[in-house]
Every structure is written in structure tokens, then in C-alpha cells.
Design a protein around this ligand. Structure first.
Ligand SMILES: C=CC1=C(C)c2cc3[nH]c(cc4nc(cc5[nH]c(cc1n2)c(C)c5CCC(=O)O)C(CCC(=O)O)=C4C)c(C)c3C=C
Ligand SMILES: [Fe+2]
Length: 479
């Protein structure tokens, strides 16, 4: 649904932010930040803070060639008819309202190519992100030429993957469904919100969502990244877009904002994951003998060891909490954690999923249940990498029974808990730092300087990449 048509004529949202009663099952754990998200992000990503100003033209334009420009982000103002079920029996009650508010909820996600033609420009946007390819400051002018080169080299491999799952990523559709479901779950708690979806690397872009929030004159905003754990490369990268845009805009810099940075500790999430695992274990002939195999998306080791990305610690903590929940239910299966989806010639978090599968086969493990744990939607890495590549590898390695837990998607207990998280975050919303300018203009873009940089950078990138050592590394790891 197009945002413009839905968002038009929105009723003014009425809400008591100061006084509300929370459901006894909802948990306040999780990391909620208001203004301080900028500071905490700076602390966590100090190495890249001075990276490029908002990628205003290039990433979006790169993806919009030959496509009707998507001018508005998605906003969901109308209840959707039963796309995702959720629990309407929550004990949350909003009480009488003291102020008129127009509340926005911004869901942040990665985005994915919708067609095979989108794959290369999508990859360009991804590799042009200084939070994904972290170049030392003197080399940052190489970011875009490198992104162009790597995206072109990587695209054929990625296209095979996307072709295998139906010719495109399901992320936009699933995220839209989650947006509708959270909106409905909030409505059932008497909290009216406009929900916006902002993708980092594909449509609807985060920048578009922000512009829509501004147009809609939202008065209070909750930001909810759809990643349970924080990583510089995911939540951090999306928050940087917000930081850059909000701090330069008079209206946005005064808008009270609350950011839910990570939420893997929430009881609703932990219990929902445990429910899925428990249910899937029952599909095996001997459930007690199944190894629970958590497969998390990897990140380069340098993110954790040099830049201080909390992702690895949070992931380990998350697995611990899910296993504790399972033990409390009398499920004592063995479990292990490995990291998947590495790209490029650098060291990523270990152990690697493919290597562990082979080892487990050698050790005589016969039944294995894969649990994707970094992400809450089905996507290429669950549907292709786990369900096809890793399954085949596991069976070749001697594992006889293979299962996979579905992504949470619109599971009702999970959606209800996210809605609770939003309600809990509302009171702490605060305006971000004062605006540095009041025009709302984002950045000066000089096409001539950009072209010179691009030309020079491309030549240097080719020289670097086609040196024999780099060439071998890329051939082995990227293609
Ligand atoms: C090159 C570096 C990458 C880092 C670091 C990284 C971190 C990271 N990614 C996700 C979740 C997703 N990644 C997706 C696609 C994707 N990611 C990379 C690279 C890095 N990811 C590439 C090259 C791609 C494109 C697909 C491919 O060619 O393999 C997606 C989208 C999937 C879809 O269905 O479209 C998601 C989701 C997490 C959680 C994460 C760090 C914690
Ligand atoms: Fe990724």
C-alpha cells in the first residue's frame, strides 16, 4: 500500500504517555535509548563516525534506475485485515489522555532486492555503507568505487541465491506484514500509531520514511530496529542515517525520539523463540537426541575486537537466555552456536557454520535442528543458505535428520511483545541534539567533485584489487 494514500487523513492519535499499566508478562529488559542513542552509537562505532555524510543521492539513485521513484515511505494508518494474528487479550490499558500526540513507530530493517535486476544496485548500496566496508579514514574516498567493483563482482553469485528463492527477497513483504501486525497490536492496547518502514539498502529507504514522518508532523517517535541484537553493521548503520538526518533538520532535531537499540533480552522474544524450538523438536523421531544448532549471521572479527561491536556478547547472552528458558520447560538438548554468511577475504566471527556442520557429522551427531537467530524474517540466508546449502552439507557430512526453526515473522506472542516494547519506550522519548541548521537541507552535493573522486578512486581500486594477492582472496571468498 502506498503511504500517501494511507497516511492522508490520519486521525489525531490520543495517548496517555505518562500513565499506563503494563501486562504482567511483558518485560522491561532490553535496551531503550532516547537522546543518548547518538552518544552511545558514537562510543560503539568511534572508528567510523566521521564517515561519509548521508548517502543522499548515490545509493538511492543507484537503485532507482529504470524504476518509478518511490517517493514515499510506507506508513500504515489503516488496520489491516488479518494479515498477522496477535493477542488481543493483553492487560495493557491506556488511561485518560493529557495531551494530543501523533505517534510514529519507525521500523528499521535491511531491505532486499525485489527482482534480479535489483541485485547489483542493492549490493552497491550495501557495500557503499561505511559500516559494512570499514575503510581507514585516508582511504574513505574509495568507498563508492570499491562498492561499485565489489557489487559487480558479487552480483552473479547473489543472483543465483535470489533466483533459488523465487527471484527476489521476501523482506519487504514480511516487514510490511510485521508493521501491520504491530500497528494492530498497539491499536488493541488503545495506542494509535503511524508505522513507517525504513530499509537501509533498498525500498522503502530509511530516508524516505524520515521524510514521510516529517510530512505527517509526527510529535513523538519510537524507533525499533528489527534486529534482536545490536551490531554496528545493522542497527548501528541505520541509526547513523537517523543521526545524520535528524541533527541537520530543525523539526526532526526537536522531535522526541526513543530508540529500542536491542531487545533480545525481552521475555516475549525469548519465550517465542523457545516455543518455536520446542515445537520443531517434536517433529523429530527422537526429540531428546537432537542437537540445537544456533546459526547467527557473522560479522568480521575486527568489528568486535577493534570497533567494540557488542554483537558477539549479545548473541552469546541471547543463546544463554533461550537455553535457560528451554531448561525451565524440561528441554535439556545439547546446543551449539556458529556464525554464517561470511563475505570477503577477512576473518569473521568463528566458529563458521559450514565447518561446524562437518565436524558435528564427523563426531557422530545424527539429528540437528538449525535455529536462525540474528533476524526475525525469512530471507535469503534462511531460505537459501540454511535450507539448501547447509542442509546439503549436513546430510553429506553424516547428519541424518535435519530440521529448521522458522523465523518469528508475525508470531503473535512476539508481535504483542514488540508492541509492549513500543509502549514502554514512549515515555522516555526525548529530542535529539539541537539542530545545526534550520533549513532542512541535508548536505551540499557537488557532482564535479564527486565525479573526480569516483574516477580517481576507481583507478586505485582496480590497482589494489587486481594485485595478485587480493585477486586470489576475492576469487575464493567473494565469488
Ligand atoms: C559484507 C559484509 C556484511 C556484513 C558485516 C553483514 C552483516 C549482517 N547482515 C545481516 C542480515 C542480512 N544480510 C543480508 C544480505 C547481505 N548481507 C551481506 C553482507 C554483510 N552482512 C550481503 C553481501 C548480502 C546480500 C546477499 C548475499 O549476496 O549474500 C540480508 C538480506 C537478505 C535478503 O533476503 O535480501 C539480511 C537480512 C545481519 C543480521 C548482519 C550482522 C549482524
Ligand atoms: Fe548481511
Amino acid at each position: 500500500m502506498e503511504a500517501a494514500s494511507i497516511a492522508a487523513g490520519l486521525p489525531q492519535t490520543r495517548l496517555t504517555v505518562a500513565s499506563h499499566k503494563l501486562s504482567s508478562s511483558s518485560s522491561k529488559v532490553g535496551s531503550v535509548t532516547s537522546v543518548s542513542f547518538l552518544e552511545s552509537l558514537s562510543a560503539q562505532t568511534s572508528l567510523v563516525l566521521t564517515a561519509s555524510p548521508i548517502e543522499k543521492a548515490a545509493p538511492i539513485d543507484a537503485g532507482s534506475r529504470g524504476r518509478k521513484r518511490n517517493v514515499v515511505a510506507q506508513s500504515f494508518a489503516a488496520p489491516s485485515a488479518g494479515i498477522c494474528p496477535f493477542d488481543r487479550t493483553s492487560s495493557f490499558q491506556s488511561q485518560s489522555q493529557t495531551a494530543e500526540e501523533k505517534i510514529g513507530l519507525l521500523l528499521l530493517n535491511l531491505g532486499g532486492p525485489e527482482t534480479l535486476q535489483d541485485v547489483q544496485p542493492f549490493l552497491f548500496n550495501l557495500f557503499a555503507d561505511p559500516d559494512i566496508i570499514r575503510l581507514p579514514r585516508p582511504f574513505q574516498f574509495l568507498q563508492k568505487p570499491l562498492a561499485q567493483l565489489i557489487s559487480v563482482l558479487r552480483a552473479p553469485k547473489s543472483k543465483v541465491g535470489y533466483a533459488a528463492i523465487g527471484g527476489g527477497s521476501p523482506l519487504r513483504k514480511i516487514t510490511d506484514e510485521q508493521a501491520h501486525a504491530i500497528k494492530d497490536a498497539l491499536q488493541a492496547k488503545d495506542v494509535s500509531v503511524n508505522v513507517y518502514v525504513g530499509m537501509r539498502y533498498w525500498y522503502p529507504f530509511t530516508e524516505e520514511a524520515i521524510q514521510q514522518i516529517k510530512k505527517d508532523r509526527i510529535t513523538r517517535l519510537v524507533v525499533l530496529p528489527l534486529y534482536p541484537q545490536f551490531s554496528i553493521s545493522t542497527t548501528g548503520s541505520s541509526l547513523r542515517i537517523l543521526e545524520n538526518t535528524f541533527s541537520k533538520d530543525a523539526y526532526l532535531s526537536r522531535l522526541p525520539v526513543s530508540v529500542i537499540e536491542s531487545w533480545y533480552k525481552r521475555q516475549g522474544y525469548v519465550k517465542s523463540m523457545a516455543d518455536l524450538i520446542e515445537k520443531e523438536l517434536q517433529t523429530f523421531s527422537k526429540p531428546d537426541e537432537v542437537m540445537i544448532f544456533f546459526s547467527a549471521h557473522g560479522v568480521p572479527v575486527s568489528y568486535v575486537e577493534v570497533a567494540g561491536d557488542p554483537y558477539k556478547d549479545q548473541m552469546e547472552d541471547c543463546i544463554y537466555l533461550i537455553m535457560q528458558e528451554l531448561k525451565a520447560r524440561g528441554v535439556y538438548n545439547d546446543h551449539t552456536l556458529a556464525y554464517q554468511s561470511r563475505v570477503g577475504p577477512v576473518q569473521w566471527l568463528k566458529p563458521y557454520t559450514d565447518e561446524v556442520l562437518v565436524e558435528l557429522g564427523k563426531k557422530g551427531v545424527k539429528s540437528l535442528l538449525a535455529v536462525p537467530v540474528s533476524f526475525v524474517s525469512e530471507h535469503i540466508e534462511t531460505l537459501e543458505e540454511i535450507d539448501m546449502e547447509y542442509r546439503e552439507l549436513a546430510l553429506e557430512s553424516g547428519i541424518e535428520s535435519w530440521g529448521r526453526v522458522p523465523a518469528l515473522g508475525c508470531t503473535s506472542s512476539f508481535i504483542t511483545d514488540l508492541a509492549d516494547a513500543v509502549v514502554e519506550a514512549l515515555p522516555s522519548a526525548k529530542a535529539i541534539a539541537a539542530s545545526s541548521g534550520s533549513t532542512g537541507e541535508i548536505d551540499n552535493y557537488d557532482p564535479f567533485r564527486y565525479a573526480i573522486k569516483l574516477l580517481f578512486g576507481s583507478v586505485l581500486a582496480c590497482v589494489l584489487l587486481f594485485s595478485p594477492k587480493m585477486f586470489v582472496a576475492f576469487r575464493n571468498q567473494l565469488l
